[in-house]
Design a protein around this ligand. Structure first.
Ligand SMILES: [Zn+2]
Ligand SMILES: [Zn+2]
Length: 272
């Protein structure tokens, strides 16, 4: 996959890359990230076959139509005009639509768990390669995505320091490298997660109200960078897993109402 905005690799890099790959292969022989089965010598690391063995690739369940045009929940058979999605019926979802690359089962579920809770940061590269599948979705593939912006679902600072990184931001950074789509952390989480287990879906949604806001000017000053222009912009809101969509919906509301975003599409590696 190449995008018009991808920076061309420099001549030196083009020359050095195969040598570096060969040296890396001697020191760290490539193995499947899911099951540690040895892999053939690596070629381009943005291809799934360089991360997963055949058996694991076959065990990954892609999210394919028919699925809900709003929340991406997959359904068997074909839709009728009166179709109502049992996941998002009764919820007001503020994003335009959500798409996931695969089901949160088997090797993908396991990988995400190790990535997030086992602090295996190196797994972000393979997960970003899986995530890049969603950009081929029929509503996205003809868009000039380099004009869009990748935005991560933020973690509360306390949670981020416990986990040592924000998994959504790490996925954004890698996806930006693969595709050339710019990425920026324009949202922040100002209230930590409150226990939501006893709440129903609607109460969960209300519970999240006010948990996020646009990053303030002083944050950008501390980063010594300028905030990207969000007004009228189309956003790819990135997370690792989407379940009900309540969290991403609240982020989308802030991006639209306070940031002025024109459109927010949620993309996730997995669908829970
Ligand atoms: Zn494997
Ligand atoms: Zn739905």
């Amino acid at each position: 996959m190449s995008y018009p905005g991808s920076p061309p690799p420099s001549a030196l890099w083009r020359l050095a890359r195969p040598l570096m790959r060969a040296a890396e292969g001697l020191v760290f022989p490539p193995v499947c990230v899911a099951c540690a089965e040895p892999l053939p010598a690596m070629a381009e690391r943005h291809e799934e076959a360089n991360w997963f063995c055949k058996a694991c690739l076959n065990a990954i369940e892609p999210q394919l139509p028919p699925y809900c045009s709003k929340c991406g929940e997959m359904y068997d058979g074909s839709f009728t005009n009166t179709f109502r999605c049992s996941n998002c019926e009764g919820l007001t979802l503020e994003f335009d639509f959500a798409v996931a690359a695969c089901a949160a089962r088997g090797p993908v579920r396991e990988l995400i768990h190790r990535f997030k809770y086992g602090r295996r940061l190196h797994l972000r590269a393979s997960l970003a390669v899986l995530l890049s599948r969603v950009l081929e979705e029929e509503r996205l593939r003809n868009e000039n995505l380099c004009q869009w912006l990748l935005v991560p679902v933020p973690l509360h600072p306390e949670r981020e320091s416990d986990r040592e990184f924000n998994q959504s931001w790490e996925l954004c950074v890698r996806l930006a490298q693969i595709t050339g789509i710019p990425a920026a952390q324009v949202l922040e989480r100002i209230y930590p997660t409150v226990k939501q287990a006893q709440l129903n879906r609607r109460q969960r949604q209300e519970n999240l109200r006010g948990a996020f806001r646009m990053r303030q000017a002083r944050w950008w000053q501390r980063q010594a960078s300028a905030p990207p222009d969000i007004q009228g912009r189309k956003i790819l809101l990135v997370d690792d897993v989407l379940t009900t969509g309540s969290t991403t919906s609240e982020c989308a509301r802030v991006l639209k109402n306070h940031g002025g975003a024109e459109k927010v599409v949620v993309i996730t590696v997995a669908r829970g």
